[in-house]
Design a protein around this ligand. Sequence first.
Ligand code: NAD
Length: 273
Amino acid sequence: MLTDTLPRATASRALTGRVALVTGSTSGIGLGIARALAAGGAAVVLNGFGRPEDVAEAEAAIAADFGVPVSFSPADMSDPAAIEAMIEGTLDRYGRLDILVNNAGIQHVAPVTEFPPAKWDQILAINLSSAFHTIRHAVPAMRAGGFGRIVNIASAHGLVASPYKSAYVAAKHGVIGLTKAVALEVAEEPITCNAVCPGYVATPLVEKQIDQQAAAHGISRERVVREVLLAQQPNKRFASVEEIGALVMFLAGEAASSITGAALAVDGGWTAH
Ligand code: NAD
């Protein structure tokens, strides 16, 4: 029979026994990634903000759909002490941490001369410094466990810029630099560190941007989508969270052992310009 030639361990449960922590996973891309890793068999720790009933629903859905342990940390990614406690809590609960996905992120759109300094500090803290703090606490645990996969969700804006997004672009370029530095430091160990650089993905963060840009340019939401957001994206469609989750799932597996220090674009050709 044809099926006799297939590998016994199916790729779909390849992460059984692994523990994954995904920051900013109460919605959007992070939730999609958490679900993809859970589908792969990993226990998942969710993190982020949200109404308790919505978080509980997301946890219960993952546990029911994929039969893996699920827990939640409400740690604020702008608070280094809370980040340390989140990693310690993960290790206390599961005894290991194999996969770290730094995904939490926020956006603010304004000309640099009008950019609120407090917003700059907040974006740098959540979008960049949080990854430094999670990584510095996670790498010793990955060393102890003999396996590690760090995936930083950067952006096409980690590779190229757009106006009015100075803090976001600076933070995302920084994430790619951090990714390369960490990858080199752990290169001889069974730990990899990569960045994923999505173009536009259909999520609540993008929904907010459509409204902000419509107000900034004085045009309709439809024109923002077509002429502003997807102006640089040659394939003219939003990526799905499932597409991003599938790439992270691949990076988390054994087949990606030699991929490290990379910034992988999932941007419909945007950065090919
Ligand atoms: P989202 O707004 O849907 O989700 C953001 C998540 O981060 C939520 O779970 C939220 O609770 C969490 N979060 C925000 N501030 C936090 C904090 N201080 N502490 C802990 N959690 C916090 O956004 P998204 O579109 O899913 O974006 C996720 C990541 O992907 C971000 O880093 C974003 O920059 C990046 N990204 C998104 C797109 C896109 O088109 N949506 C494109 C490129 C990159």
